[in-house]
Design a protein around this ligand. Structure first.
Ligand SMILES: [Mg+2]
Ligand SMILES: [Zn+2]
Length: 192
């Protein structure tokens, strides 16, 4: 019997790259200096690294889904060049309640605060949610992690006080298990 593995679910914008608004080009991806090594530490501690990102840029027609995935691959490449490790998987929600692209307009079960991306990853990668951690910079990330049944970290990385994202449903108030400002501090908190 294989033991299911614990994951670290990582929001992308505001965690792996600084959130300066919609990200469509690699040259605008500012990766905090500590992120590559922090990811390597988490991987070494046995965590599966899973990106879970609301990609409103797809709903807005600024990137196709394939282009958004290709951009993430290049961000991963950059993280590796700086001594880190790539994500094991990357899930994105292309939907938005008011998407410009009709195919992506409306409610879905994957846009955070919904837990759909985490639940899909859990099924596809045989993860143990109870031992997993969701890390994000917005209350919607904390709510998604809580709804999925994992521990949560609210990263106060700069945009955490912004107005809430547009959500089809009200964002539940969920108290994070831990609050800090960098991914390195999360790795320390986890003993990684
Ligand atoms: Mg974010
Ligand atoms: Zn979605």
């Amino acid at each position: 019997m294989t033991r299911s593995r614990a994951a670290v679910f990582l929001d992308r914008d505001g965690v792996l790259v600084r959130d300066h608004g919609p990200l469509v080009r690699l040259q605008d991806a500012e990766i905090p200096d500590d992120v590559p090594v922090a990811l390597a530490r988490l991987r070494r501690a046995g965590y599966v690294l899973v990106g879970v990102s609301n990609q409103t840029v797809v709903a807005r027609g600024l990137l196709t889904e394939d282009e958004a995935r290709a951009l993430q691959d290049r961000i991963d490449d950059t993280i590796v060049l700086r001594g880190g490790v790539p994500l094991d998987a990357f899930y994105l929600c292309p939907h938005h309640p008011e998407a410009d692209v009709a195919a992506y307009r409306g409610a879905c079960d994957c846009r955070k605060p919904a837990p759909g991306m985490l639940l899909r990853a859990t099924a596809e990668l045989s993860l143990d949610l109870r031992r997993s951690i969701m890390i994000g910079d917005r209350p919607s990330d904390v709510a998604a992690g809580r709804a999925a049944g994992c521990r949560t970290v609210w990263l106060h990385s700069g945009r955490h006080d912004d107005p809430p994202i547009r959500s089809a449903t009200p964002i539940p108030q969920a108290r994070p298990d831990h609050v800090c400002t960098t991914l390195t501090e999360v790795a320390q908190w986890l003993g990684a």
